[in-house]
Design a binder for this molecule. Structure first.
Ligand code: NAD
Length: 336
């Protein structure tokens, strides 16, 4: 059997700073795993002119899993070629349609399941002759089915409650979404499900987040709601994500962006990246014990060591070192 291989994409802004901590943890916990670094986003544009170089796509497609930092750099804001195009292209190439975003704090324990390769971000866009600019939101029933099925299955493995979020009072794609949920629901009789309009979901997430178990929703609604969920459970610096396909390599990345306002200052919180590494260990490499050891080490380290976004004064590398110090000495996996 060949060695497990993780493609590592540090990317932009605070990306390399938090990715460094993830690499050190991965080397300590899973020394048998091969780590191969590639370019994506602004870093790739600077080196090659392309936010998603073909070598990066090939390496990711051939990998066991992909660990990615955030993309984005204000330098490219007004340009035609932008870092974010590389990320969308990579998600499309890997067909990582199921984006899992856990949000946990005290009584709150929810999982947002966001459709990641369809909807407004992938539909036709352009400018008409009269100057009108448009983006279109399209979904095929099959695209909805596969993500809703994931939502039901994940709910089944948790507290058995699924909230499907849409805007069916206004949007055709949402009416399709709601119909598919109703059609699939009888196959999961043990899961209690409900529909919720996205505006109400935003309010409920803020005022009563304890009610949620699994939320399943389309791409843009999920993008916005998961940042809100991150805000009510400790902030963007704490929120990880896993993006899964059917059988191909998964893409693991923090929810936050490249935080250009604090890049280079040592103030970035590495927890979102480290929790993404825990998701990679569990879902990408099949190492649940190592994932649990890392999750516990993060919680223990946070008792004494906090970065400025959490009200402390520790640097990125100090919090990373505190996490590594909490890892049990015998936790390293023997992965072939
Ligand atoms: P952002 O998440 O980068 O930052 C929002 C705020 O949260 C900032 O004040 C930042 O300092 C803070 N923050 C974020 N992560 C933090 C961390 N780990 N530790 C401490 N503070 C943290 O969002 P933005 O400013 O809207 O976007 C900046 C760039 O990131 C843009 O180019 C955007 O396109 C890109 N972006 C990329 C991704 C991705 O790669 N998946 C996701 C979101 C945004």
């Amino acid at each position: 059997m060949s060695r497990a291989r993780v493609v590592f994409l540090p990317c932009d802004g605070i990306g390399p700073e938090v990715a460094r901590e993830a690499q050190l943890v991965l080397e300590q916990l899973a020394p048998g795993v091969e780590i191969e670094e590639h370019l994506l986003g602004g870093a790739a544009i600077r080196a090659t002119g392309n936010p998603l170089p073909p070598e990066t796509v090939d390496a990711c497609l051939a990998a066991t899993a992909v660990l990615k930092g955030p993309v984005g750099d204000p330098e490219f804001d007004a340009k035609d070629v932008r870092p974010e195009q590389g990320l969308l292209g990579l998600r499309g190439a890997l067909d990582t349609y199921a984006n899992l975003r856990p949000a946990v704090l005290g009584e709150v324990d929810m999982l947002i399941v966001r459709e990641l390769v369809g909807g407004l971000y992938f539909g036709a866009k352009g400018t008409r002759e009269d100057g009108t600019v448009f983006d279109t939101c399209e979904y095929h029933p099959r695209q909805v089915e596969r993500i809703v099925r994931r939502g039901f299955e994940l709910a089944r493995a948790r507290r058995k409650k699924l909230t499907s979020v849409d805007k069916a009072n206004v949007l055709e794609t949402s009416r399709l979404w709601r119909r598919v949920v109703d059609e699939l629901a009888p196959r999961y009789p043990d899961v209690e499900y409900e529909h919720m309009l996205v505006d109400n979901a935003a309010m409920q997430l803020h005022s009563n987040p304890e009610q949620f178990d699994v939320l399943v929703t389309e791409n843009m609604f999920g993008d916005i709601l998961s940042d809100l969920a991150a805000a009510v459970t400790g902030g963007l610096g704490m929120a990880p994500s896993a993006s899964l396909s059917d059988g191909g390599p998964g893409l693991f990345e923090p929810v936050h962006g490249s935080a250009p306002d604090i890049a280079g200052s040592g103030a970035a919180n590495p927890v979102a990246m480290l929790r993404s590494t825990a998701l990679l260990l569990e879902h990408g490499l099949g190492l649940p014990d190592e994932a649990a050891a890392l999750t516990a080490a993060i919680e223990a380290a946070l008792q004494t060591t906090k970065t400025p976004d959490l009200g402390g004064s520790a640097t990125t590398s100090e919090l990373g070192a505190a996490v590594r110090a909490q890892l049990p000495v015998d936790a390293a996996a023997t992965v072939s």
